[in-house]
Ligand binder design. Structure first.
Ligand code: GLU
Length: 273
């Protein structure tokens, strides 16, 4: 059975971009008699606001969507820690004490997520206490060999995890980074079609590598286009895109909004790109 998901982070209210993403995932599952899951990605300790869970559920219901909740990431920390231990035992992870500022100062290349880690801590003795743990991507690829994955929209892909460099898998302040947590969750939740915006396309190269290293099933992906504002940037509340909750409280019709998004009718100044 096809299983899609929407995995919002409760760092702020949902806006139209989230609505679009949830509708795409919901409708793909519905067309295929599948399941549509919602998972809270709430392990970003400092920014996470658990009370937003209720707001998100009210927003999705207002849009007329039906879904199945799966456990939030904060309830799965032991699973992440166990997977991180397995990866550490393979010798493919190394501790890193670099700060963001040090990385920014030393980086010579930029990847899709910002400055590429220049490998400062790779192969040097580092105190593992309170360290982040990074994946030695070249070593990992040497072990797995070439990997492929399929995006329903963009077609077959060769995995190129090196584009993101030696990503963090265990954060200094959490037992897993987004990459590790989301990959484990999609497998645990039985997701067959990982549905999300194309801003996360490059992350999938890393997720495919993690699946190979951890022996996880390989889903397909559907990276959809993003809603952009009139300056061509991704919608964001901080740039004035009203939240779904604001629209809901103002008495707007959520189902009509969902149908408008489905037929690519967007509010003024917003386009799909
Ligand atoms: N939690 C991420 C976000 O809100 C989405 C991650 C994913 O869909 O894989 O942007």
């Amino acid at each position: 059975m096809e299983t899609t998901r929407f995995a919002p982070s409760p760092n702020g209210s949902l806006h139209l971009g989230h609505a679009y993403s949830a509708i795409v995932a919901h409708d793909l599952a519905a067309e295929r008699d599948g399941r549509f899951l919602v998972r809270l990605e709430d392990i970003d300790g400092a920014r996470s606001r658990p009370e937003l869970a209720e707001e998100f559920a009210a927003d999705l219901a207002w849009l007329g969507l039906e879904w199945t909740d799966v456990p939030a990431q904060s309830t799965r920390l032991a699973t992440y820690a166990a997977a991180a231990e397995r990866l550490k035992a393979t010798g493919l992870l190394y501790p890193c004490q670099c700060t963001r500022a040090e990385i920014a100062a030393a980086a010579t290349e930029h990847g899709p997520e910002g400055p590429l880690y220049p490998g400062t801590c790779r192969g040097r003795p580092v105190d593992p206490e309170g360290a982040a743990w990074r994946l030695d991507v070249s070593k990992a690829i040497a072990q797995t060999g070439p990997l492929e994955w399929i995006d329903e929209v963009a077609g077959p892909q060769h995995a190129r995890p090196e584009l993101l460099g030696d990503v963090v898998l265990v954060r200094k302040d959490a037992p897993a980074s987004y990459h590790l947590a989301a990959t484990l969750d999609d497998a645990a939740d039985g997701v067959t079609l990982v549905t999300r915006g194309k801003d996360l396309f490059a992350a999938t190269h890393v997720h495919r590598l993690l699946q190979a290293l951890l022996g996880l099933p390989v889903p397909r992906w559907h990276h959809h286009a993003l809603l952009l504002d009139d300056s061509g940037q991704k919608l964001a509340k901080r740039r004035g895109s009203p939240s779904l909750a604001d629209r809901r409280h103002a008495g707007d019709d959520g189902r009509a909004l969902a149908d408008a998004l489905r037929s690519n009718r967007f509010p003024a100044g917003i386009s799909l790109g």
